[in-house]
Design a protein around this ligand. Structure first.
Ligand SMILES: [Zn+2]
Length: 102
């Protein structure tokens, strides 16, 4: 099973991609106490990224003891995903600080 690790508020979470049978009811799931994020492997790549960001927002809420309801998490995650996807400047390597030499 392929896996990756991401850090959420300094805590390492393992990200695993699972079959539809392993995760029949959701596109993604976070098990915060186990530092585990599960994402459906069958989803298109951009959908998997959006779902991962959604689960990351849940992880931030858990790690920071910030109780947000599902609708708020979904709205924040969808909004952030759109901003990151649509604005290459949001990738730090593309940001200009004003200190660049011409
Ligand atoms: Zn959710």
């Amino acid at each position: 099973m392929p896996s990756n690790t991401i850090r959420i508020c300094g805590v390492a979470y393992r990200v695993v991609f699972v079959t539809d049978e392993e995760l029949p009811d959701d596109a993604g799931q976070i098990q915060s106490r186990h530092c585990l994020i599960r994402i459906r492997r069958s989803a298109p790549n951009d959908r998997r990224a959006e779902v991962l960001l959604h689960e990351i927002v849940h992880g931030i809420c858990y790690e920071c003891h910030l109780p947000l309801d599902e609708q708020t998490v979904a709205t924040l995650a969808a909004g952030l995903y759109g901003v990151l996807r649509d604005n290459p400047v949001m990738r730090f390597e593309n940001m200009r600080t004003g200190e660049e030499t011409p």
